[in-house]
Structures are given as C-alpha cells and as structure tokens.
Design a protein around this ligand. Structure first.
Ligand code: HEC
Length: 141
C-alpha cells in the first residue's frame, strides 16, 4: 500500500514538472519581456540606415518630426505605451511611408522598427525582432 502511494506521488510530481516545463515553453514572449531584449543591435544598426532612406524625409533624421510627428520622446511613448508592438508594426506597415504605404519590404520595416525602439530606450538583446514573435507585448521600455 505504501509502495503504491509512493508510486502515485512520483507520478504526480512528474506531471507537475512536465506541466511547468510546458507552461515555460508556451510563455516565450513573457521570458523575452523579462529578459529585456526587443531586437538585436545589428537590426537597429541596419534600421538606422533604412530609416534615413525611407522615413527621415518626414520624421527627421533625429526622429523629432516634421511633416510627420516625432517618433521619439514622451508624447510618442505616451501614445504607444498603451498599445502593442504589433499595433506599431501594423500601423507602419499599413500607413507608412505616408506618401507610399506598404512600399517598404517587411524585413526592412522590421529593422526600422528596431531602430525606432532603440531610440526610445527599449533595450537590445539576443532575440531578433520578428513579426511572428512577441507582437502582443505592450510598448513599455
Ligand atoms: C511622406 C511623409 C512620411 C514618410 C516618408 C513617413 N511618414 Fe510616418 N507619418 C507621416 C505622417 C503625416 C504621420 C501622421 C499620420 C497619422 O497619425 O495618421 C506619420 C505617422 C507615423 C507614425 C505614428 C506616430 C504617432 O505619433 O502616432 C509612425 C510610427 C510612423 N509614421 C512611422 C514611419 C516610418 C517607420 C516610416 C518609414 C518607413 C515613415 N513613417 C515614413 C508621414 C510620413
């Protein structure tokens, strides 16, 4: 009887270990958030050049805004911190550049987004920014 009980409790603890492992695996975005990285430094570097090509004409090379609003600083962050990374990316993808929406290829727009995040104090990390991962993260540096 005691052997059966022991066996049972081993099974239960195995199940809970497995359950924890599964939960950890499915919360990859959560780990990324607490790990603190949003993009890689290489992406932000590439994004800097691409931003100058595609976006700076209206948002200024310093991101301080001209024909388009500033993409840096408190008003920008106040507005977007209520929204997700996916919201920002979709906005850019669907409406920018304002004079030719959707014309920037996705991989380039991802790098540009990394650059904009970097200029707003979001830290870089080992995980590359991707339209497929962690897009539900709220935009808080
Ligand atoms: C021809 C001028 C022009 C170009 C080029 C341009 N934008 Fe914009 N952008 C605007 C205007 C105008 C707005 C405001 C539109 C709105 O809010 O609906 C805007 C708004 C934005 C916003 C939202 C800012 C906020 O405060 O909500 C983002 C983000 C943005 N642009 C990103 C980009 C990116 C990234 C590029 C380059 C791929 C780009 N824009 C190129 C004119 C431009």
């Amino acid at each position: 009887m005691s052997i059966t009980l022991k066996h049972l409790s081993i099974q239960i603890s195995l199940a809970s270990v497995l359950g924890a492992a599964l939960a950890a695996a499915s919360s990859g975005a959560e780990d990324q958030r607490s790990g603190g990285g949003w993009y890689t430094a290489e992406q932000a570097d590439r994004g800097h050049l691409l931003y100058n090509t595609y976006c700076a004409e209206c948002h200024r090379p310093e991101l301080t805004g001209a024909m388009g609003p500033a993409l840096i600083g408190k008003p920008f962050l106040d507005k977007w911190s209520q929204k997700t990374l996916g919201d920002l990316y979709s906005f850019e993808h669907n409406t920018m550049p304002a004079n030719n929406p959707g014309s920037v290829p996705e991989d380039k727009l991802v790098d540009i987004t990394a650059y904009i995040l970097s200029k707003n104090g979001f830290p870089s990390g080992t995980q590359a920014l991707s339209p497929d991962v962690g897009m539900d993260r709220k935009l808080k540096p």
